[in-house]
Ligand binder design. Structure first.
Ligand code: PLP
Length: 404
């Protein structure tokens, strides 16, 4: 694996001397970007097929986002929630309309996915019940509340005991879900596609079954669309393709195109009335800068036809991967531009490292799976560059594993 360049190395050393060691030594010191491409401080160029983990929906340096954020920054950045602003109201209204949310639905803005989940946990508690059912493999964030819903043992164990009342059921198993939801259950929280869990799409009918089960039990259905929402799967929100109407969704990641913003959207007047004045809040949440960014992202997704493009480009990727006919590739998972390429062995770490040396940023989402969550503006030609390189990357990765 190639060493960091001469300009990068000292920054990596200084990083290690000054930042908490939560992420290991970073792979790159990035300086600027354009579309799906980023450059490091040594001037090396990379095709960014991860997009800040499903965040940079418009890619890097998109003129619409740059102009909206620059304009807003020159006008008003932050005002507190004693006041509102035009971008805040417009973004809330736009989200409700794009989500086909019924009258009486409402939005709470925060700054991250984790915070949106925290708001959803409070919503669940307002049912008067303390139980929350989540799925095995789920990722909902790292704060102590959201972490209780996240399933991964390594993330949870150092901080236990976590919020009580949370149980996890096998992903996609309707019977297990039905058995777990009781009159103590305030909410079932599910991702339409488990992103961090390995890009695992909900089996057909699972979300509808979750809707039926929660309705019967008087529990809320909260869909965590932090990774799947805002066009990622080829629809505005993945729940729309599943044909279910949840009680709430959580959003973040792509919504600000890289500017931090999260949201809880409550569906209908009854659910929206569950969180009232003083029950929750955020200093930064819903500030005009983040909301202007959100509006620019939504406007651009619509004006550039990025929903259709995400669907078509995702299908193109799948076809191209299949056409390789490489027996070291077992298949693909996911939807739209949230995809995993599944390998026949645990080679993803090595493939990703070789890919980086070859100028591609992809993510080892599981030992045997590579995640692609590129900007929605990625071209099929850019996706082809990676697919064409994949056999060579697999040669390098598998020969290394054999040598080891
Ligand atoms: N929920 C899902 C589905 C996610 O993918 C993530 C982040 O990866 C989160 C919640 C947490 O979001 P954040 O990292 O913005 O707090």
């Amino acid at each position: 694996m190639s060493d960091p360049g001469p300009a990068s190395a000292p920054w990596l050393d200084r990083y290690e001397g000054s930042l908490l060691r939560l992420f290991g030594r970073p792979a790159l010191v990035l300086e600027h970007g354009d579309g799906c491409w980023v450059w490091d401080v040594d001037g090396r160029r990379y095709l960014d097929l991860v997009g800040g983990i499903a965040v940079n929906a418009l890619g890097h340096n998109h003129p619409a986002l740059v102009s909206a954020v620059s304009k807003q920054a020159g006008q008003l950045v932050h005002i507190s929630n004693f006041f509102t602003s035009v971008p805040q109201v417009e973004l809330a209204e736009r989200l409700l309309s794009l989500a086909d949310a019924p009258a009486g639905s409402a939005v709470f803005f925060c700054n991250s996915g984790t915070e949106a989940i925290e708001a959803a946990v409070k919503l669940a508690r307002r049912t008067g019940r303390t139980g929350i059912v989540a799925a095995e493999g789920a990722f909902h964030g790292r704060s102590t509340g959201a972490l209780a819903l996240t399933h991964k043992k390594a993330y949870r164990e150092p901080f236990e005991p976590l919020l009580p009342g949370v149980s996890h059921v096998p992903w996609g198993d309707v019977d297990a879900l039905r058995a777990a939801v009781t009159e103590e259950t305030g909410a079932v929280v599910l991702e339409p596609v488990q992103g961090e869990g390995g890009v695992l799409t909900a089996p057909a009918g699972y979300l509808q079954a979750a809707r039926d089960i929660t309705r019967e039990a008087g529990a809320l259905l909260v869909l965590d669309e932090i990774q799947t929402g805002v066009g990622r799967t080829g629809a505005w929100f993945a729940f729309q393709e599943a044909g279910v109407v949840p009680d709430a969704i959580t959003l973040a990641k792509g919504l600000g195109g890289g500017v931090p913003i999260g949201a809880l959207v409550t569906f209908g007047p009854d659910v929206s009335a569950m969180l009232t004045q003083g029950m929750h809040g955020s200093t930064f949440g819903g500030n005009p800068l983040a909301c202007a960014a959100g509006l620019a992202v939504l406007d651009t997704i619509a004006s550039e036809g990025l929903l259709d493009h995400a669907r078509e480009a995702g299908e193109h990727l799948v076809r191209r991967v299949e056409a390789l006919g490489d027996e070291r590739v077992v298949g693909t998972r996911g939807a739209g531009l949230l995809r995993a390429i599944v390998l026949a062995g645990d080679w993803s770490g090595a493939v990703v490292a070789h890919a980086r040396d070859a100028g591609f940023i992809v993510n080892p989402v599981a030992p045997d799976a590579i995640r692609l969550a590129p900007p929605l503006v990625v071209t099929t030609a850019e996706l082809d560059l990676f697919v064409d390189a994949l056999p060579g990357l697999l040669d390098a990765a598998t020969s290394e594993t054999q040598d080891a």
